[in-house]
Ligand binder design. Structure first.
Ligand code: SF4
Length: 362
């Protein structure tokens, strides 16, 4: 068996134009093909009705239309979270999640949908509370493999609205350790000749890989930045996010202040609340001090329990008190609604279960 074909979404528009030249076609065909791949619901080259048959066949011989194949899908009981395990051309498995937010009960706000995509198979960062961290690291995803997760749900939500408007790079993996592929995926998601989504609707999440934040300072793509903080001091953070040993909090905060001065963009902090670990009022006050002077937004996340890990979610009164302390001190802060706990929505959990089941039945 030869090498698997490259997904068409791995190609930039310039590379697609070069393919057209090689095939003796006019360059404008590249944008026509991109229109089908990025903005339609068709799922094969054969369905591209304005492309000559010979060109469709030549493309199908050289490229895969999809980088991904669905291996398992779960819908939460409230039908707001849809989680997929997807297999890559080499058989590796990743997860992607669609989260749908209905209108508020008082009728304000609007329905919206966000897709959370993976950027690596496994993750080298090994955060203590994360199912993906338990798997270790296999490889980086290509730009097409990242993009195709968003396109999968874009197609699906065109038939099951609301349509996906936001993409968070917050699934399996540390996106800034796979910077080039992640930003190529963003580039094609926001390019109006490709998916044409809003750049301010792209959020890249990092556990604190500072060389990546430095690159974001220089990058022309104005994505939003989210930092998985989870603790306001070095001792606690190093025990939860081992990368903190290499890039401790003072260095992280100095880089974020510089990022904000250069870009003018607000920084989001993700803070997963773990029962009895990082949820005390004293730590909430320490967090308030840490964030002074930075335009930030704190997202408090009730933990999704993982069976092989010794952490539990904080009880709601503790979450409320933590939230109150931040809010009263003037910190912009929200509590993320628990989504998909019944379908194991924390990253890595569904893939691990599927692999366990497959090993048992082998
Ligand atoms: S929380 Fe994110 S960075 Fe940490 S191990 Fe999990 S996937 Fe990696």
């Amino acid at each position: 068996m030869g090498e698997p074909l490259r997904p068409i979404t791995d190609l930039s528009l310039d590379e697609l134009r070069a393919v057209m030249r090689d095939l003796g076609q006019a360059e404008y065909r590249a944008e026509q093909v991109a229109g089908w791949v990025y903005r339609s619901t068709v799922t094969s080259f054969a369905e591209m009705s304005n492309i000559p048959k010979a060109l469709r066949e030549a493309l199908a011989e050289r490229f895969r239309y999809h980088a991904l194949e669905e291996r398992a899908a779960l819908l939460s009981t409230d039908a707001e979270t849809r989680k997929l395990v997807l297999s890559l051309p080499d058989g590796e498995l990743i997860e992607s999640v669609l989260m749908r937010y209905p209108q508020r009960p008082d009728g304000t706000g609007s329905e919206r949908a966000t897709v959370c995509v993976s950027t690596q198979v496994g993750c080298p960062v090994k955060c203590a509370f994360c199912a993906t961290g338990l798997m270790g690291f296999s490889r980086n995803l290509s730009a097409g493999e990242i993009l195709d997760q968003a396109l999968y749900f874009l197609r699906w939500t065109r038939e099951h609205p609301p349509i996906v408007r936001n993409v968070v790079f917050m699934g399996m993996g540390e996106p800034l350790l796979n910077y080039d592929a992640t930003m190529s995926a963003v580039d094609r998601l926001v390019d109006t000749r490709c998916a044409g989504m809003g750049v301010h609707r792209m959020t890249v999440s990092t556990s604190g890989w500072l060389p990546g934040i430095e690159r974001l300072i220089e990058d022309s793509l104005a994505v939003r930045l989210a930092v998985s903080l989870h603790a306001p001091n070095d001792e606690l953070r190093t025990s939860l996010v081992p990368l903190n040993r290499r890039f401790p909090i003072p260095q992280l905060m100095e880089t974020l202040h510089r990022y904000q001065r250069a870009t003018g963009r607000r920084v989001t902090f993700e803070y997963t609340l773990l029962d009895g670990v990082n949820d005390s009022p004293a730590l909430a006050r320490e967090l308030v001090s840490l964030l002074k002077g930075l335009d930030s937004h704190v997202n408090l996340i009730p933990m999704n329990p993982v069976s092989d890990l010794p952490f539990q979610p904080s009880p709601w009164p503790v979450v409320d008190e933590f939230h109150r302390i931040l809010r009263d001190a003037g910190v912009i802060c929200t509590v993320r609604r628990e989504m998909g706990r019944d379908i194991k929505a924390a990253c890595g959990q569904l893939r691990s279960e599927l692999q366990k089941r497959e090993r048992k039945s082998a």
